[in-house]
Design a protein around this ligand. Sequence first.
Ligand SMILES: C[S@@+](CC[C@H](N)C(=O)[O-])C[C@H]1O[C@@H](n2cnc3c(N)ncnc32)[C@H](O)[C@@H]1O
Length: 284
Amino acid sequence: MLEPWSPDGQSRVILGDNLEVVRELPDASFRLIYLDPPFNTGRTQSRQSITTTRNPNGGRTGFKGLQYDTVKGTLYGYDDRFADYWEFLEPRLAEAWRLLDEKGTLYLHLDFREAHYAKVALDALFGRECFLNEIIWAYDYGARATRKWPAKHDTILVYVKNPTLYYFDNESVDREPYMAPGLVTAEKAARGKLPTDVWWHTIVSPMGREKTGYATQKPEGILRRIVQASSAPGDWVLDFFAGSGTTGAVASALERRFVLVDANPDAIAIMRGRLPAQTQFIGG
Ligand SMILES: C[S@@+](CC[C@H](N)C(=O)[O-])C[C@H]1O[C@@H](n2cnc3c(N)ncnc32)[C@H](O)[C@@H]1O
């Protein structure tokens, strides 16, 4: 039997349903949570996990009670596909909120099908004042629609646990070239500029060094920015839709510690080959 997770322990990867796994983790243990949930998951099982218990003594004062239920009801009435999806995701996001420490940040990676609903729901769930950014990850790859503008971006919603205390270190973020370097001083051009909320970045190249073979793998460059800005070396980072383990690979390269969870044994097998040898694997 393995020790329960402790902040003094090693980074770990856990095979299992993430809701069950993260419920075992103690409150306020993580500085950064990155989640990249699949759009379709949970449609069949979602109805079983509708209720999120709100314990008035449980420290979930960030939830907006009545207001949240009203917003959710309106969204559900509008699109029942979102209702199914949100019933899967909501209890997991409630756990994310509980697990963030006072300086912590959640990055929720979505696409255009759900991002607008999720933003309204997260405003109500975290509190509108806790919204930090809507990051657009723009890429240019794959088939192109001809009867509409081809959709070539993902949306990453960023919410903080506490809008006055949250950690954000833009000085540690890799800079990028100016679009018009002739318009700034040579010194500035050489230093590069801080990224804005629009991130142009290629997808994981099918030929590249990073490729693991996991279909939904995200680029390390995207995670690098997130980890650099919203955590410091030594901090704990959590990703409970871990897939190929991109978050763990980047976190360990940047000297952060991590907990990763995935329900798919194939994902765990890929992470075994990708993550540092001292990582503990639990189940799978
Ligand atoms: C979009 S992928 C994440 C990809 C990841 N960001 C990467 O870079 O490889 C979503 C992952 O969530 C996992 N997943 C879906 N439902 C889950 C659940 N209930 N518990 C744990 N993992 C789950 C899937 O197995 C899949 O690997």
